[in-house]
Design a protein around this ligand. Structure first.
Ligand code: C5P
Length: 214
């Protein structure tokens, strides 16, 4: 059983995907980490994330790279959103994601194009979103809690820029799959968002049993 969780930055999709994976006893892959690993790899090599050749050269990273603490930085997120626009990079990372999704028993993957490109056949698809302001505030709280002094307005500007880059690129843009279920987490806390996500997944898995509940 594959569960696809897509959505923009700081929408809560990562937390929701992790909790769904724990609930259903499935392995989980945060696919943003793959693009972040490529982004950081390019920066460390002194390359330019907007160069397809530089980005492609950084796609052969090892599994250990996915645990690098620098992947969580804003610099990695920004570089990731630039390298991810290259179709060559998306193609190079495709097999890793498909392999993960195809393991026996299934998996939960979160990202931008899981329900549309990586696993269009997923048993359940969620598209998790929230207003840019709510997402910026969450990201700002996370960064502040981790000891970084950042300006909330600056975080909002970054989130909007990332949304724009992720949505307008021609290669696998951020787009809700036609058969995905929309979850707006703007007014929800973590537990509320997880509960709503579980309900939507159960409805996707057992449509007939839940028809009356819609
Ligand atoms: O989700 P996260 O913020 O870690 O993703 C970083 C960047 O990687 C995103 O802004 C997006 O450009 C890219 N990405 C992508 N496709 C995915 C996951 C992430 O293009 N499946």
């Amino acid at each position: 059983m594959i569960i696809a969780v897509d959505g923009p930055a700081a929408s809560g999709k990562g937390t929701i995907a992790r909790r769904l994976a724990a609930h259903f006893g499935l392995p989980h892959l945060d696919t943003g980490l793959l693009y972040r690993a490529v982004g950081i790899g390019v920066l460390r090599a002194g390359g330019d994330p907007s160069s397809a050749a530089d980005a492609l050269a950084a796609c052969g990273f090892g599994a250990a790279m996915l645990h690098d603490p620098q992947l969580k930085s804003e610099a990695a997120g920004k570089a990731a959103s630039i390298v991810s626009a290259h179709p060559e990079v998306r193609a190079a990372l495709f097999a890793r994601q498909l392999d993960f999704a195809s393991q026996p028993g299934g998996a939960v993957l979160d990202g931008r194009d899981i329900g549309t490109v990586i696993a269009p056949h997923a048993a359940a698809k969620l598209f998790v979103t929230a207003t840019p302001e709510a997402r910026a505030e969450r990201r700002w709280r996370e960064l502040t809690a981790s000891g970084l002094a950042v300006d909330q307005k600056h975080v909002l500007t970054d989130i909007r820029a990332r949304d724009e880059r992720d949505s307008v690129r021609s290669a696998a843009p951020l787009k809700m799959a036609g058969d995905a279920r929309l979850l707006d987490t703007t007014a929800l806390d973590v537990e509320g968002a997880v509960a709503a996500a579980l309900l939507l997944v159960e409805r996707a898995l057992h449509p007939a049993a839940n028809d009356g509940a819609r």
